[in-house]
Design a protein around this ligand. Structure first.
Ligand code: PLP
Length: 419
């Protein structure tokens, strides 16, 4: 068994009684005050990661920009922290534009993505002066040309498929040949010619993204020559994808190693005066959070099932990608040994398993279970399955806790049923 505490947000500690403290807040107190399940985020960890990313990238490539892939955690409080720390925002669609604007982001620092942007989303982007629209297909160009008013030009990047197959789950692979995202180089070259002729668009550069939860720097570096082959531009957006450490066996590259690899490839293949953008999502927020649940029942038989009051309603990473998580009991987080159990959720699916095989010592009804590394893609994919009320988000910092997203109410579950 590894060091469970090391998976919780940096600065997490164990008190004299063996209880977990996140940013100085006792996990069991947070569970009592905000009820469970609750997503607990260390604000300082998010800020530090954002700040370090900007500084470390700029130290290696001064004309650089970090934009947070909002999709990983698109609540206004997180987007606001990123904005305050000098990080721009990648927004995938209208909803993330709306939350980013509410968070106070400068529209000029937003980068709009989407393989199927609608008329309404393009109109929203143009209306608010979104800095860069990443063109994924020729219909994006049709829509932009029909929307951008005369006398104005929308800055665009063109998304290119680099033909790089990274080692990760197939569902989060995007840079391989045949991907639904972006254009193969020959098709990209054709569309670029059209954009360059357009009176409504300004061709600023290229975009590439190889996938998510990538634990090796080689695929990122390999994507650079693929975009370089399409010509010299002012901007190269090299996407996101750096993996996070979910389990004891995960060893993702450090931010420094990741930037070293990107910048080495950029020096070899891209114009020295170009601006580089990166769009990390998962690696910026995953390890900054944990989810607290309460045990509802312990059932012993062929296997021991420990069932909690959440599950696939607040964490779809397991069902969608088979992501492995770890867990511990919040009031005895440093307990070793224990029974190997299957940690399951409360939803009506056998696939609603949070962890298939985790050691918990003497788990009992009402104990608080803490699952680390839930900061990425959990909040954003939370859902109302089985009438689940989406869970709250609490920021913790210096021993103080602050609710930033409240729990959904029963009334809200009924709000959209109009007949
Ligand atoms: C275009 C684009 N940029 C950035 C990201 C962020 O990826 P990650 O959260 O793995 O860093 C994604 C997500 O897959 C994406 O599709």
């Amino acid at each position: 068994m590894g060091d469970l505490l090391s998976l919780f947000p940096a600065g997490s500690t164990v008190d004299a009684d063996g209880g977990l403290l996140v940013a100085g807040c006792r996990a069991t107190d947070l569970a009592a005050e905000f009820e469970t399940p609750v997503l607990v985020v260390s604000e300082s960890v998010v800020r530090a990661r954002a700040k370090d990313s900007v500084t470390e990238f700029a130290a290696r490539w001064p004309r650089s920009r970090v934009v947070f892939a909002s999709k990983a955690f698109p609540c206004t409080a997180v987007q606001r922290v990123m904005t305050e720390e000098g990080v721009g925002l990648d927004v995938a669609g209208g909803g993330e534009i709306v939350t980013a604007l509410k968070a106070g982001a400068d529209p000029a620092l937003l980068v709009l993505h989407g393989n199927a942007k609608t008329d309404a989303e393009i109109a929203l982007a143009v209306e608010h002066g979104i800095g860069l629209v990443v063109v994924d297909n020729s219909d994006d160009v049709d829509r932009l040309e029909a929307t951008v008013p005369p006398g104005r030009r929308q800055d665009v990047l063109v998304r290119v498929i680099p033909g790089v197959t990274a080692e990760t789950h197939a569902s989060v692979l995007t840079g391989h040949e045949g991907s639904k995202f972006g254009l193969a180089p020959a098709a990209a070259a054709e569309l670029i010619k059209r954009i360059k002729r357009s009176p409504r668009l300004r061709m600023r550069g290229l975009h590439v993204h190889v996938g998510s939860q990538i634990l090796d720097v080689a695929p990122f570096a390999a994507s650079v020559p693929a975009v370089a082959a399409l010509g010299q531009y002012e901007i190269y957006d090299l996407g996101g994808g750096l993996g996070a450490r979910y389990t004891y066996d995960d060893h993702p590259p450090s931010v420094g190693e990741y930037f070293d690899a990107l910048v080495r490839a950029a020096r070899a293949h891209l114009p020295a005066a170009a601006q580089l953008i990166i769009e990390p999502g998962r690696s910026m927020v995953a390890g900054a959070a944990c989810t607290l649940y309460r045990i509802v029942t312990v059932k012993r038989g062929l296997r021991t099932f420990v069932a909690v009051d959440g599950g696939m309603g607040d964490n779809l990473e397991v069902a969608l990608f088979g992501q492995r998580f770890e867990a511990g009991l919040a009031d005895r987080i440093d307990a070793t040994g224990g029974e190997l159990v299957t940690l399951v959720g409360r939803h009506c699916e056998s696939g609603d398993v949070l962890i298939d095989g985790v050691a918990l010592r003497d788990p009992r009804v009402d104990d608080v279970v803490a699952v680390p590394v839930t900061g990425a893609y959990c909040f954003t994919m939370s859902n109302n399955y089985n009438g689940n009320r989406r869970i709250p988000v609490v920021f913790v910092r210096g021993g103080r806790a602050r609710l930033v997203v409240r729990r959904e109410t029963w009334d809200e579950l009924l709000l959209r049923d109009v007949d």
